[in-house]
Each structure stands twice: as structure tokens, then as C-alpha cells.
Write a protein that binds this ligand. Structure first.
Ligand code: GUN
Ligand code: ZN
Length: 434
């Protein structure tokens, strides 16, 4: 396959601005060129320096008035909850019973699962998200449908079957043994195929018996490169419930820790009401937390304390948590993240924000050698953001004097309309109608 090249403004993160300072944390080319071959990035630089060195058969696509960034990474989302996004009036535990469980029940039907998976992946790509860590339902066929669709698009995706053997409707429960066996069969079928990875997925401590958590922990250790994906400390009633179900454990995280469910590649959604001990343990074990701003506000769960988690060295990624979250757009997640931090006297500057949505997410998922920025050798997963996406954005950006100002306005005002095109492994997988 001949190389292809993309000309636009280019911006990507090289490191966490918290660690190296803002200037050293990113690379920007006002008129840049990104060269792609066999699904990987092979060169990045200034267009005037690189254009003359392209082989003559290289096709150049020019996106004037646009910014190319790495594809966004969503570190926590539920594909079976698209049908209940934007459901009125409840907080977490009532929301699960009233809206979520009935919607998830329909995924026993493989055809329903396939249609939903197709729509879901289309929405991710329309919003510029090229990698996500995804909950299925308790039904193994929900995960088969999801991975089949993701494989056909050659996407880098992580997903797993929900483990849930108590405190849920009968039509949505497995058993400790069947959950283990079904997950194992899915791992053997999908983990490492194409760009797919498997996540052992206990829903959260209240819906698994200690026996199920122990088998999940065993499974997590049995195959290399597996993920562990669950929820923690999202809602105060949930935290109290966990305390009453597991009185012998020190705290919520200790329930997972005791069953071998923490460490590298374990990702905990929310983590709003964690104590210092839990934050320290997450940090020292290399575990990650998914910050899900639109969900935390919509479900009234609370304000995520980014400074506290990062202070304990915890890896933090950004999640939409659709359908508790209200948008697939990571630009919208950043918009709400900014406000959540404002309310706590913290600042989310635009370069840190871009880091959270890209390289920070990749680091949370231990995938920074493959995705997260545009360095040569990485997967060619990137998005083209349109400076003219809406009349308001065009007007606001025309008045902006710096990259920082433009980037900030884009993250506050942007959404799916901002994404002109999305590329995965060098293939154009979304192109916005003009
Ligand atoms: N905790 C347990 N299950 C869920 C879920 O589906 N969504 C959210 N936001 N929190 C949960
Ligand atoms: Zn969730």
C-alpha cells in the first residue's frame, strides 16, 4: 500500500504537562504533515519540510482550517445503554433499576445486540473516539456482537461481559462459575484478535458475591494483557451499601484488592468518594480511574477531585459513561470537567485537557506504546477538527490569538459537529456530511 499524507495544523501531547511543564508537553505544527503507511504513522512534521521528501505516489489530503489531533480515548462507557441515555429523575441505584437493567435485558437477543453495537460504534467515530473501554451486558452474545463489529472496522477496542450474580433481576444474572466459564471462552475467542482486548468486567461490588469476585480475580491473572473494568465510589448510597455487604473489608477498594482485582490494566469508573488510603493504594498498584464528568453531574453523583487522585500518583483517563453520561463527545466531557474542577478551585488548562482525552487515556490503559499521540510507529488513529464547525465556533476562533485560546474554545464549544473526519488504522471511518 502506498503511503498517504494529511496536511493540516497538527497537535499532539508528548507527556503530562503536570510532569514536564506545558511547553514540553506537546508538539504543534501550524502547517503540518502526517504521513501514514500500513495503518501506522511513519512521519510527522512541518509541511514545507516533508512535502518534498514524499514518494511520488503518495496521495496528499489537505484539510485547510482544521486541526488534526490523536483520536480520543474513552476509558469508560456502556454500549447497551444508548437506548436510555437522557432518562429523567433518578440517582445511581434507582437509575439502574428503573432504566438500565430493563434495557440491558434486551441484549439476550443477538440481533438486537448487533444493531446496537453498529449504532454505538458509529456514534463513537462520529465524535472522534477511536478507542474505548466498553461494558457489554451479562450475555456473552453482547460481547460477540460488539467485537465482530469492531473487528470489521479494525478498531482498537476493549470490552467484556458483565459479571453479576446477585442484587439484580434474574434475567440479568449469571453465577460465579458460569460467569467465569463464559468470560474465559470470550477471552479465548477475542483477546488479541486484530486490535481487540478483553476486560474482566464485574459490574460493581454490590452485584457480585465474594465467590464471583474471587473467580474474576483468578481470571484476571490467567491471561497476559487482560483488563479489569468496574465501578467504584460513585454515589454515597452505593458506598454505604458496599460497607454493609462487606463489613470485614477496610473500605470499598479493599473489596476489589482482597479478590485480586487491582493493579496494572485495572480501571475503576468514577472514584468520587475515595479516602486517602484508597487513593494511595490505587496509585501504588498502577491502577487507573476513569473521570466521567457528564455522568457525575447528570446522576448527581458528586465532584471528581482530580488534584487529589493525581497527587497520589493515580493514572486518570476520561470517560463518557454513556448512558449515565449524556454525550459521546469527549470535547463535551472536557467542557463539563472544566466546570467540575472550577467548583473545587482547580483549573483544567486546554493542554492538560487534550492530554486527558488522548495520551493520558492511553497511559491509563497501558496502551501508550500504540496510541495516544502521533509519534511515528503509533497506530494511525486520528481526528480532523473543523475550525469552522459552527458559526459560533468560527467566530470565536477567528477572534482567538493563540493556540491555547483556540483549543480551549474548541473544547468548551465543540461536540460531534466539530469532528470533520475520523481515521482508524489509517482508514477513514467517519466523514461528516458538509
Ligand atoms: N454502577 C454499577 N453499574 C453502573 C452503571 O451501569 N452505570 C453507572 N454510571 N454506574 C454503575
Ligand atoms: Zn458506568
Amino acid at each position: 500500500m502506498p503511503a498517504k499524507a494529511y496536511r493540516a495544523a497538527l497537535l499532539h501531547c508528548l507527556a503530562d504537562p503536570r510532569e514536564v511543564g506545558e511547553e514540553a508537553s506537546y508538539e504543534f505544527f501550524e502547517d503540518g504533515l502526517l504521513v501514514v503507511e500500513d495503518g501506522r504513522i511513519v512521519r510527522i512534521g512541518a509541511a514545507d519540510a516533508l512535502l518534498g521528501r514524499l514518494s511520488p505516489d503518495t496521495e496528499v489530503t489537505h484539510y485547510p482550517d482544521a486541526l488534526i489531533t490523536p483520536g480520543f480515548i474513552d476509558t469508560h462507557i456502556h454500549y447497551p445503554q444508548v437506548g436510555v441515555i437522557g432518562s429523567y429523575g433518578t440517582q445511581l441505584l434507582d437509575w439502574l433499576e428503573t432504566y438500565t437493567f430493563p434495557a440491558e435485558g434486551r441484549f439476550a437477543d443477538a440481533e438486537h445486540a448487533r444493531e446496537q453495537a453498529r449504532f454505538f460504534l458509529g456514534e463513537l467515530l462520529r465524535n472522534g473516539t477511536t478507542t474505548a473501554l466498553v461494558f457489554g451486558t451479562v450475555h456473552p452474545q453482547s460481547v460477540d456482537a460488539f467485537f465482530e463489529e469492531a473487528l470489521s472496522l479494525n478498531l482498537r477496542m476493549i470490552a467484556g461481559k458483565v459479571l453479576m450474580d446477585r442484587n439484580a433481576p434474574d434475567y440479568l444474572t449469571d453465577t460465579a462459575d458460569s460467569g467465569y466459564a463464559e468470560s474465559r471462552a470470550l477471552i479465548e475467542r477475542w483477546h488479541g484478535r486484530g486490535r481487540l482486548h478483553y476486560a474482566v468486567t464485574p459490574r460493581f461490588a454490590p452485584t457480585s458475591t465474594p465467590e464471583q469476585l474471587a473467580l474474576a480475580g483468578k481470571l484476571f491473572q490467567e491471561f497476559s494483557g487482560l483488563y479489569m473494568h468496574t465501578h467504584i465510589s460513585e454515589n454515597r448510597d452505593e458506598v454505604a451499601w458496599v460497607k454493609s455487604l462487606f463489613p470485614e473489608r477496610k473500605n470499598y477498594l479493599d473489596v476489589y484488592d482482597h479478590h485480586g482485582l487491582i493493579g496494572a490494566r485495572s480501571v475503576f469508573a468514577h472514584g468520587i468518594h475515595l479516602c486517602d488510603d484508597e487513593c494511595r493504594r490505587l496509585g501504588e498498584t498502577g491502577s487507573a480511574v476513569a473521570f466521567c464528568p457528564t455522568s457525575n453531574l447528570f446522576l448527581g453523583s458528586g465532584l471528581f477531585d482530580l488534584a487529589k487522585l493525581e497527587g497520589h500518583g493515580v493514572r486518570v483517563g476520561l470517560g463518557t459513561d454513556v448512558g449515565g453520561g449524556t454525550s459521546f463527545s469527549q470535547l463535551q466531557s472536557l467542557n463539563e470537567a472544566y466546570k467540575i474542577l472550577q467548583l473545587q478551585g482547580q483549573k483544567l488548562d486546554p493542554f492538560k485537557a487534550l492530554y486527558l482525552a488522548t495520551l493520558g487515556g492511553a497511559r491509563a490503559l497501558y496502551l501508550e506504546d500504540r496510541i495516544g499521540n502521533l509519534q511515528p510507529g503509533k497506530d494511525a488513529d486520528f481526528v480532523v477538527l473543523d475550525y469552522q464547525a459552527t458559526p459560533l465556533i468560527a467566530r470565536r476562533l477567528a477572534g482567538a490569538s493563540s493556540l491555547r485560546e483556540k483549543l480551549f474554545a474548541l473544547m468548551i464549544l465543540g461536540d460531534d459537529r466539530t469532528v470533520k473526519a475520523t481515521y482508524a488504522a489509517g482508514n477513514r471511518v467517519h466523514h461528516r456530511a458538509a
